[in-house]
Design a protein around this ligand. Sequence first.
Ligand code: TRP
Length: 431
Amino acid sequence: MSLRRVLTGITTSGTPHLGNYVGAIRPTVRASRQPDTSNFYFLADYHALIKVGEPARVQRSTLEIAATWLACGLDPDKVTFYRQSDIPEIPELTWLLTCVTGKGLLNRAHAYKASVDKNNAAGEDPDAGVTAGLFMYPVLMAADILMFNAHQVPVGRDQIQHIEMARDIAASFNHLYGEHFTLPEVVIEDHVATLPGLDGRKMSKSYDNTIPLFATKEQLRKLIMGIVTDSRAPGEPKTTEGSALFQLYQAFASADETAEMAKAYAEGIAWGDAKQRLFERLDREIAPMRGVYEDMMRDPASIEKTLKAGAEKARSVATPFTAQLRHAVGLRPLFSAPSSAQPVKTAKVAAPSFKQYRESDGQFYFKLLDAKGQLLLQSTGFASPRDAAQSMTRLQKEGPAALQALAGVLASQADPAAVSAALAQFVQAPE
Ligand code: TRP
């Protein structure tokens, strides 16, 4: 029986805070202990280059995030724990994938579109300040995932689109070169709360409202004392709803402890006392890990060694797989060249096509054919050509994402991977 492969990465662009811990680090460390999975966890330092541009910060963050993961209990003997930039096969795969990725698909990426929208609103050139790195971000991420044929990718909601793109890219590659890649699934930790920060908004580096996971005890106390509360006096009952302090407490406490805190709120606990309780509860969970973290931060060479060992494990998969992929696309030793008499399949992205037509029943239909003219999709009958065209255009514009919404007007569908791959090629640039 083959194990379920789970893979996730953290971009090395900052210092881990409580939100990262509760939302990503703690759940992945717990999940890594499940016996029936094979886990790949990595430091996405190539991704960091896209937004950081400060070498010292990238290096520092890589060290901090590696030490954090280890201090929080990730066991590098049980998982494959590595640094992205130690795997030269990843940028190589990025290029192979780039060549089967529709530019239109990347035009639709939220992060890129947000930059374009911002520029447009400011009356600037749409691509002002946008690097090709930002544009290519989803392809690099697809390479991370597809290199290890991950089945499941646990991420935050903001990353869902990237996983969908990795599926589309994998399907395009498979369609052209054969079934090499597993289509990954996104895993959203629904029960994991989004933590509020010091000011009550989502805890995030961009709001500058974070509590670093491994702040010293004194810093932690100070930051907690600075959490925004309302002006209710001691003795006045307080509401737990919308209370950042309460939500933070809940993310660390047991159900019983949380119920007790809710009772204390109702009974009018003073904010200062509530903050003290929160501090003590947090510190109880964090202090033992903080000790390990501080020791590790004093010994970067040992972390470097751990990462190198992880890279070796990862490359024992990546190196042979890349050789297979190189062969598949035609990057081959010349002694095995096909004779010129053999027809050579051209390595260009197959061009599927849509056709609209009228049947003898008087109704209007459309269908999607692959490059060889094989039927991939067929619509149900429409009374008017306009209606048929409308659904067809929507598929061309939105690609595989529209399939579900249009399920009602699709009479038949071929292999879903082939359909998705073909549709992905139609997706048009935003105006
Ligand atoms: N882009 C992800 C983030 O910012 C990090 C990341 C890079 C990642 N490659 C990945 C996550 C592959 C999951 C799988 O959160």
